[in-house]
Ligand binder design. Structure first.
Ligand code: 5IU
Length: 474
């Protein structure tokens, strides 16, 4: 049973639309019967102050000592600011992205190494955002053992954070809020039942793996050589072997429309790459001799061929797309990729043709494009999928490492030496960002090299940037 004061706060939250009941799609893609939007608090300064006081009281009751507070950006910043001002506790601000100019700081404000910092959050589901903030502040030398949240949705955050060494203190719990609203006659028993069932079923939301692993900078990673020795799939072994031998983690995307041009690029960048990625269906003069010529260049410079076909149909259809038509992809492409969206059938179909030829497949887990519709829990499901098809799946294409498993290769497209974008939604990060902060093994670079004045010298530059970024992690 909550205090009268909290009950009246819950009632106000309901009145102003912070807590809503109905049908909602959460950030994770999950359908939920309840939604909590604490960003609305900024329109009610008295309520914001009342909750800031409750945050303070919760920490005081827990006997927590701290030197500074930090809100999880952006929704919790007003709450943290209010705690800071009202109770005279210094605050720091965590930036979401480092500034592109000036000091490139990730944290604003004055702080000293070893100071104890409390993370303030508005609402938690898995605790992933709190953990991300903890990792960043810890890397900057602050000590974090506790976090405080205004509304705990009771969907796994407390346990997830405890497992990572962080104690989560909650001002309000969603079930308690809901019960108070029922007692006050604001919601009916059916709503209480629906929400209770939803929370029971979804009480173990996990922090996505790429967020749960400590950032690569602090982790000792295995070398490509060590990883080659651990791999069962011959193709993965071979690719890691090439990466080690040629000292390259560069894949060039040769998106050109004539065979001769493609072969010229392959010849030019060949010495600097481990993989050449192509789109056979954009070649206007594709013919049966082309694959043989490409295979010769690949053999000469020791790289593998990746047909970026992005299969996405039912098993029977992808089998035919892979083996028939004018491209007969299975005959020449060492690597192909597919969307896991259709389910296991797509891999079963591709495997029927690919396994006996020693081919491998990358699963597309995330995309580099602005506004893409890949839901937050998709990468997790993709990793699970890969785990069950290790005889054919050799890794992933994504924007961050999905699982720490060293026998899968992580490819990341959307790479340029300068962070930028194109006019059609492509978003670029640097080789260093992709490899050191997002866990990429192989960087995919297209126009950054193919449109350069001197593709060979530029490929060498990307190769060096990529391999240096990897070497610094060893
Ligand atoms: N590619 C992406 N983003 C993705 C996926 C694939 O850019 O999320 I999955 C492909 C498209 C293109 C290459 O062939 O990688 C990148 O080329 P540029 O570096 O020219 O943007």
């Amino acid at each position: 049973m909550c205090s009268i004061k909290l009950a009246s706060l819950y009632s106000t939250l309901f009145e102003i639309g912070v807590v809503k009941f109905g049908h909602f799609t959460l950030k994770s893609g999950l359908q939920a019967p309840v939604y909590v939007d604490l960003r609305l608090l900024v329109s009610h300064p008295d309520l914001l102050e009342a909750f800031a006081t409750e945050v303070w009281n919760t920490l005081k009751r827990g006997g927590i000592e701290y030197d500074i507070v930090c809100g999880v950006p952006y929704a919790a910043l007003p709450l943290a600011t209010c705690v800071s001002v009202r109770f005279n506790v210094p605050m720091v601000i965590r930036r979401k992205e480092a500034k592109g100019y000036g000091t490139k700081k990730l944290i604003e404000g004055d702080y000293k190494q070893g100071q104890r910092c409390i993370i303030v959050e508005d609402v938690v589901t898995s605790g992933a955002s709190i953990w991300e903030t903890v990792e960043l502040l810890t890397a900057e030398g602050l000590t974090i053992t506790d976090a405080v949240v205004l509304m705990n949705r009771e969907q796994g955050a407390t346990k997830n954070l405890k497992d990572l060494g962080i104690t989560l203190h909650s001002v309000c719990h969603l079930t308690e809020c809901m019960k108070a609203l029922h007692q006050l006659g604001k919601i009916d028993a059916e709503t209480v039942y629906k929400v209770t069932k939803f929370l029971e079923i979804n009480n173990e939301t996990k922090i996505p793996t790429h967020k749960a692993v400590t950032s690569c900078k602090e982790r000792k990673i295995l070398s490509f050589k060590e990883r080659a020795s651990l791999c069962q799939h011959p193709l993965t072994k071979r690719i890691f072997g090439i990466m080690e031998e040629k000292k390259t983690n560069l894949c060039v995307a040769a998106d050109v429309t004539f065979c001769a041009k493609l072969l010229e690029i392959a010849e030019t960048v060949g010495p600097h790459i481990c993989v050449l990625k192509i789109h056979a269906d954009i070649l206007e003069d594709f013919n049966s001799e082309f694959p043989e010529k490409l295979k010769d260049v690949a053999k000469k410079h020791n790289f593998v061929i990746f047909e970026d076909r992005k299969f996405a149909d039912i098993g029977h259809t992808v089998y035919m797309q892979y083996t028939k038509g004018i491209h007969t992809i299975v005959e020449w492409a060492d690597i192909i990729d597919c969307h896991p969206l259709p389910g296991p059938g797509i891999l079963e179909g591709l495997k029927q043709a690919g396994i006996k030829k020693g081919r491998g497949c990358l699963l597309i887990a995330q995309m580099s494009t602005k506004g893409n519709l890949v839901p937050a829990n998709y990468p997790e499901a993709t990793a699970h999928f890969a785990d069950h098809h290790r005889d054919f799946v050799i890794g992933f294409i994504g924007q961050s490492r999905l699982i720490p498993d060293p026998t899968f290769i992580n490819f990341t497209p959307g790479i340029k030496l300068e962070e930028s974008s194109d006019s059609l939604g492509q978003q670029y990060v640097t080789p260093q960002e992709a490899i050191q902060n997002r866990g990429a093994d192989v960087i995919i670079v297209g126009r950054g090299i193919t449109d350069a004045n001197d593709p060979q010298a530029t490929a060498a530059e990307y190769k060096k940037a990529g391999f240096d970024a990897y070497s610094q992690l060893l």
